[in-house]
Ligand binder design. Structure first.
Ligand code: FE2
Length: 131
């Protein structure tokens, strides 16, 4: 049986433009707010055209030793230059970068997934310590 996970790709975000880069503190204090920023194309820009773009980013937190991940946020990028006058003729584009504030009570792993309308699903993860 084929699983969707077989199609989720990963690599080093510094050398592969589709991989989300997760920026956040290495360690946070339990219960304190912190910011998680996720960018696709941080080192190598990803195209942002009507035909080829990042459609969404989702951020999850998986507590260490837990059995489920928790969605922190999901962000859709809806403007890619589309227009009644034609592709890439529109007046607005959204970029594939987001930031969200969160707080945790236990350590775990942050996950970011990103979807390119041509190249599919990509993921990255980053451990998060709690002091
Ligand atoms: Fe792509």
């Amino acid at each position: 049986m084929t699983k969707l996970s077989e199609f989720v790709k990963s690599a080093d975000w510094k050398s592969e433009k589709h991989v989300p880069a997760i920026d956040c503190p290495e360690s946070v204090k339990a219960g304190d707010w912190f910011t998680v920023a996720v960018t696709v194309g941080k080192e190598i820009p990803h195209p942002n055209t009507t035909e080829h773009h990042i459609a969404w980013i989702a951020v999850h937190f998986a507590p260490a030793g837990g059995k489920a991940s928790f969605e922190i946020g999901r962000f859709e990028f809806s403007a890619h230059g589309q227009s009644a006058t034609g592709p890439n003729q529109g007046p607005v584009y959204t970029d594939s970068t987001v930031s969200v504030r969160a707080r945790v009570t236990v350590p775990g792993t942050l996950f970011a997934t990103a979807y390119c309308n041509i190249h599919g699903l990509w993921e990255a993860d980053r451990p998060l310590q709690v002091s």
